[in-house]
Design a protein. Structure first.
Length: 80
């Protein structure tokens, strides 16, 4: 009984980990692409206020994703 509960908990924790932390590089690239698209639009015209706010938020998200990915790589290097 206890063994089954622990096994189920382990599976749920793994799924949660992948969902929140597992794909750090993909998350970084996705944010970077979106930010680049906004910056390309800056070349053609001036961005509206809500677009500037979104750009600032994307820059913050990109920084956090980069930090998360770097931390993941450091942990992976230590484990090997």
């Amino acid at each position: 009984m206890l063994k089954e509960k622990i096994k189920t908990l382990k599976e749920r924790i793994r799924a949660w980990n992948k969902e929140h932390f597992g794909y750090t590089f993909r998350k970084y690239k996705k944010i970077e692409e979106h930010l680049n698209k906004l910056e390309e639009e800056t070349d053609d015209r001036q961005l509206a206020h809500h677009e500037l706010v979104a750009k600032k938020q994307l820059q913050q998200d990109l920084w956090e994703a980069a930090q998360s990915h770097e931390s993941f790589l450091r942990q992976k290097a230590r484990s090997t």
